[in-house]
Every structure is written in structure tokens, then in C-alpha cells.
Write a protein that binds this ligand. Structure first.
Ligand code: TPP
Length: 290
């Protein structure tokens, strides 16, 4: 499906695409300052974060402890560069603070933690996010609150046993206010999951664990909005939205690299990378974003 086929108004899709581009600009800016980072993840997940933070989630950037806020639970601490970009764009942190990414004493560590405003958990040790998200969803239910939990896992995290224990619990307790996005970028630190420890078929696994499951192009804003809208119509089950994404999305040199888990770039190369981002196409390939 391309963005032209979504039932959503094109103006809304357009505006979210612009947000995603802004997030990608922030990601490059952060990594350029320090010369390295988890750039591929930040670029790959920008579309989801744009949709969540600028269309779907209820939150108050000035009152982060508001009890009825929807929670975004980032299980994969190393993807923080993407979340920092979204939090800056949303007004939770100052845009200038992004320049401290990865620096000593910074609140924006390469693997993010609760010291950063807007972070619900510390996620550097993989495999714990879904369990925490399930606990939060159960707590909200006990408190009779309508707030929802959106959590992001990676394909590498599907190799962690605790993920499946939490998945089983979420279905058992019919947590329909829980939305898990699984970023299938087909890479992990040591190569593609199929070579390290195969995680496929991902869709069927979540379905078998009792989740309402969809699998979509995670770099397509229209598909993301439609999938979330569809998930919201399903009661009594937690929702898994499996995202096929491209690491480094928007910057051709990264998109074409075989290994993007951690990227180091020479100071002289950044301007060409920025240029690639600025000359990029929309996911539907039909119009330039400017
Ligand atoms: C429990 C745990 N085991 C191992 C690691 C080391 N580690 C950090 S990132 C990573 C790869 C995880 O896979 P994925 O998130 O899919 O990788 P990416 O898409 O970011 O390349 C690993 C093994 C860790 N942080 N925590």
C-alpha cells in the first residue's frame, strides 16, 4: 500500500511526513555532533514516532507525570536517538539539548534512560520493555484509567524469553489498551536475525500468542495511521503491529549499507548525507518533501 491509497486525508499524511522529515534532520544533527551513533535506528523509526507523537498519543509536554497520559515505552534503549528527536519536536526537551547527544554528563545518553524527561523506562538491557508495558497497562486498569500504552520492540528482542512471557500475560489479561510495535529492520548487532537466531514468522507468533496482529510497511505514514485506527476497533486483545522498516531510511548511503547497527562517519561526509536526506522522496515516491 502506498500513501495515496490510505483513507486518511492527504493533508494529514503530508503533515506527518513533514514531521518525520524533521525528526530525521534532528537524528543527523545529533549524530554529526558526536560523529557516531545509532543513526540507522533513529532514521528507520521516524515515521512511527511522527505518527505516535503528532497524531495518536495524548500527552502534555509540560506535565509529563499527568496520570491520564498515554505512555510510550521504549524497550530498546539504543533507539533513543529517535525518541530524543520526537521529544524535542514535541517540546518536551529543548531542541538545542540535542547537541549533547552522547556527550559526558548529558541527559541524552546513547542508550537512553529515565533521567531524560519523557522516558518511561531505562531500556539498555534488552527484553524488558514489554514486561514493563504490561505492568503499566495492568496498573492503569486497576486505577480505572483510559490511558494507553504504546511500546516499541526490535526484532532482536524477539530472541529474549522475557518478551514472550510478557506477550502471554498481555493476552491472558486481555490488555486491549496495549499496542506493541515490533521493528523488523532485519538487522541486529551481529547481522540479520535469520543468521543469528531466526525470529520469523513474526506475524504468526504474535497471533499464536493471542494478539490482534498486523504486519505493515513501517516507513509508510498512511499504513501506520490506518493500522493504528484498525487496531483500535478490536476489543479484548492486545495489539501487535509488526513493522517492516528500512534502517537509515531517507539517507541513501545508509539505506544501502549492509550493516547499520552502529554508525561512525567522518566529519567530511556529513554534508553529503544531509544533502541525501533533503533530496529524499516521500515513502510513496510521488512527490518531494521540502
Ligand atoms: C540483554 C541484552 N543482551 C545483549 C545486549 C547487547 N545488544 C545491544 S543492541 C543489540 C542488538 C539487538 O537487536 P536489534 O535491536 O534488533 O538491533 P538493531 O536493529 O538495533 O541493529 C544487542 C545484542 C543488550 N543490550 N542487552
Amino acid at each position: 500500500m502506498n500513501n495515496a491509497q490510505t483513507s486518511e486525508p492527504q493533508s494529514k499524511i503530508r503533515s506527518l511526513e513533514h514531521r518525520a522529515l524533521s525528526l530525521r534532520r534532528h537524528v543527523l544533527r545529533m549524530a554529526e555532533r558526536v560523529g557516531q551513533g545509532y543513526v540507522g535506528q533513529g532514521l528507520g523509526i521516524a515515521d512511527l514516532l511522527a505518527v505516535l507523537y503528532f497524531d495518536e498519543m495524548k500527552y502534555d509536554a509540560k506535565n509529563l507525570k499527568w496520570s491520564d497520559r498515554d505512555r510510550f515505552v521504549l524497550s530498546i534503549g539504543h533507539y533513543s536517538i529517535g525518541l530524543y528527536a520526537a521529544l524535542a519536536e514535541a517540546g518536551v526537551i529543548e531542541i538545542d539539548e540535542l547537541d549533547t547527544y552522547g556527550a559526558d554528563e548529558s541527559r541524552l545518553e546513547m542508550s537512553g534512560s529515565e533521567i531524560t524527561p519523557g522516558f518511561e523506562m531505562t531500556g539498555g538491557s534488552l527484553g524488558h520493555g514489554l514486561g514493563q508495558a504490561v505492568g503499566m497497562a495492568l496498573g492503569l486498569r486497576l486505577d480505572k484509567r483510559q490511558a494507553r500504552i504504546f511500546t516499541l520492540l526490535s526484532d532482536g528482542e524477539l530472541q529474549e524469553g522475557a518478551t514472550w512471557e510478557a506477550a502471554m500475560a498481555a493476552a491472558h489479561y486481555s490488555l486491549d489498551g496495549l499496542f506493541a510495535f515490533i521493528d523488523c529492520n532485519n538487522q541486529q548487532a551481529d547481522g540479520p536475525p535469520a543468521r543469528v537466531l531466526n525470529v520469523e514468522p513474526v506475524h504468526q507468533k504474535w497471533e499464536a500468542f493471542g494478539w490482534d496482529t498486523q504486519r505493515i510497511d513501517g516507513n509508510n505514514i498512511g499504513a501506520l495511521v490506518d493500522a493504528i485506527d484498525r487496531a483500535k476497533t478490536v476489543n479484548g486483545k492486545p495489539h501487535a503491529i509488526v513493522l517492516d522498516t528500512l534502517m537509515g531510511k531517507g539517507v541513501r548511503a545508509f539505506e544501502q549499507r549492509e550493516k547499520n547497527h552502529f554508525i561512525r562517519v567522518d566529519a567530511s561526509e556529513w554534508s553529503a548525507l544531509r544533502e541525501q536526506l533533503e533530496s529524499g522522496m516521500t515513502p510513496s515516491g510521488d512527490e518531494r518533501i521540502s
